[in-house]
Ligand binder design. Structure first.
Ligand SMILES: NC(=O)c1ccc[n+]([C@@H]2O[C@H](COP(=O)([O-])OP(=O)(O)OC[C@H]3O[C@@H](n4cnc5c(N)ncnc54)[C@H](O)[C@@H]3O)[C@@H](O)[C@H]2O)c1
Ligand SMILES: N[C@@H](CC=O)C(=O)O
Length: 505
């Protein structure tokens, strides 16, 4: 365990050399509990690294179970008065938070680029996507209606109201450190709950910055708490979240393996869960598809964030009659779309993987494909040295169903093209996975469009569209991709309890 010698040593003294923002004010390395900026009670710290060169960026407070308990208690205390706020008052808070983020979007994007390695221009897009959720919840919160239900007994009158649940414990992944926070925390707080958030150890700085902006928006102490922790200590935070009776809802986004464990632990105490887990999206190009637009769809879906999103196309099925021609069109688009270089250069739109671990995983899928005789075509423009975790956008022709990527998320920029012959065959292959998050397909045939959209086993389907993520859409999966929906009209329902009230006249 690494510790600091002095209680105040944790405070950042030097701004990390990579942080190119107008003001360093948003950058902090402490946790936020009950409105106070704090280090770990045992003073331990962990390091955050730069994905562009693996150099250390800074140390961050490494909180443990006891600190998590304090944060839950602070959230519980805050709930007592926060639950009495009217919907309009909460709406005002969400509005001010969103405005603060918009005013500081460049600084927040710079923090995202620094800790995730996302090109700065893409980070600005991700900050906008994250703020969209707050705009959406702000609009929705005053429309949380109940119902009047005709009673079977003549003298009874039944109606329903929606109430906040209490303390929400939230855990987020590294791959979308702004939007995954606002999508959860924004909905929970808009609905009247208080929150303890544990961000990913790889990208805690965006969550800390978001809490600073929440604080500046007049968020009451304890309504939002941030508990930063290392990879080693995250499981003990998870234990506290699932065992402490204060927690009424565990909202998790991350891998299916960790989600399965937390879901089972939460079930022991009947804690409500929202589980946004891994995907393995099929992307089908039928023989009648417009090849240009299908190739654009693959570029958008497969290579967004260098292939590191849960909804990225993972298995690309192409009808055999157009397979060679499609690979050519895709290669041309790939070569004309991406610009490589420093992630701080505004023209650069493709960055490194987030870590050495991610790089090792995709290398294993590449070796598997090469051993099985596949041909790899990498972007011809990626001819410089872009750092140790960089892998160029790559097409893998003639991939087959016996390869590793068919059953595991690639989470990297590898476009595996698998030929198919019939609609029935491709739907069977597309559904042959435990994941069920997103699916995509391209066709010009209206009857096929409906049949395939209904047959695909996933929570979300993109038809002639490679980018489906939006604040107004119910985002979530079926099968082992999770439970519940975030965003859309369903989001606030997820964070409220429905209560029926029967009045006898
Ligand atoms: N469905 C969605 O909306 C969605 C969105 C983004 C990412 N994801 C998925 O997330 C995964 C990538 O993220 P990751 O690598 O950070 O996932 P991960 O499951 O390893 O980690 C996610 C979070 O859980 C924490 N964690 C790990 N073990 C824990 C434990 N025992 N108790 C408590 N917390 C624990 C981590 O520190 C991190 O904060 C991919 O599978 C991706 O598909 C899903
Ligand atoms: N950021 C992604 C989620 C998965 O990684 C999205 O919302 O599209």
């Amino acid at each position: 365990m690494t510790t600091t010698s002095d209680k105040n040593d944790i405070l950042l003294k030097d701004v990390p050399y990579k942080f190119k923002a107008s003001t360093p004010a948003l950058l902090d390395n402490r946790s936020f509990i009950g409105g106070e900026w704090v280090g770990a009670s045992d003073r331990s710290i962990f390091s955050v690294y730069d994905p562009e060169d693996n150099a250390k960026l800074c140390d961050v407070a490494d909180l443990g179970r006891e600190d998590a308990r304090k944060a839950l208690e602070a959230a519980q205390k805050a709930f007592v008065s926060y639950k009495t706020w009217t919907n309009r008052e909460r709406r005002g808070l969400i509005r001010r938070w969103a405005d603060q983020i918009k005013e500081n979007k460049e600084d927040l994007a710079a923090i995202c680029t620094m800790e995730l390695g996302k090109p700065f221009t893409e980070s600005l897009g991700t900050v906008k996507y994250g703020t969209d959720f707050l705009d959406w919840f702000e609009g929705d919160i005053e429309r949380q209606y109940g119902e009047t239900i005709p009673a079977a007994k003549g003298n009874n009158r039944i109606f329903t109201i929606r109430q906040p649940q209490g303390v929400v414990a939230a855990i987020t992944p590294w791959n979308s450190p702004v939007a995954m926070v606002t999508r959860k925390v924004g909905a929970a707080i808009a609905a009247g709950n208080t929150v303890v958030l544990k961000p990913a150890p790889e990208t805690p700085l965006c969550a800390i910055a978001l809490a600073k902006l929440f604080d500046r928006s007049g968020g009451p102490p304890g309504v939002l708490n941030i508990v930063t922790s290392s990879v080693e200590k995250s499981p003990e935070i998870g234990e506290e979240f699932t065992q402490n009776e204060i927690v009424k809802h565990l909202s998790f986004t991350g891998s299916t393996a960790v989600g399965r464990h937390l879901h089972a632990e939460a079930a022991r105490r009947f804690i409500k869960t929202s589980m946004e887990l891994g995907g393995n999206a099929p992307f089908i190009v039928f023989g009648d598809a417009k090849l240009d637009s299908a190739a654009e769809g693959v570029i958008a879906s497969k290579f967004r964030s260098s292939g590191q999103t849960c909804v990225c196309a993972n298995r690309i099925f192409v009808h055999r009659s157009i397979a060679d021609e499609f690979a050519k069109v895709l290669e041309e688009k790939m070569n004309s779309t991406f610009t490589f270089g420093s992630v701080w250069d505004k023209d650069v739109n493709f960055g490194p993987l987030y870590s050495e671990k991610a790089f090792t995983k995709i290398k294993a899928q590449i070796e598997d494909a090469e051993t099985k005789g596949c041909k790899l075509i990498s972007s011809s423009k990626a001819n410089g040295n872009y750092g140790p975790n960089f892998y160029p956008p790559t097409i893998i022709k003639n991939a087959s169903a016996d390869m590793r990527f068919m059953q595991e998320e690639t989470f990297g920029p590898l476009a595996f093209l698998v030929p198919f012959d019939t609609d029935e065959e491709v739907i069977t292959m597309a559904n042959k996975t435990n994941a069920g998050l997103a699916s995509y397909f391209y066709t010009e045939d209206i009857s096929r469009l409906w049949k395939v959209a209904e047959a695909l086993e996933s929570g979300m389907v993109g038809v002639r569209c490679g980018l489906i993520s939006a604040c107004e859409q119910p985002f979530g999966g079926i099968k082992e991709s999770g439970v519940g929906r975030e965003g859309g009209r369903e989001a606030l329902d997820e964070y409220t309890e429905i209560k029926s009230i029967t009045v006898a006249l």
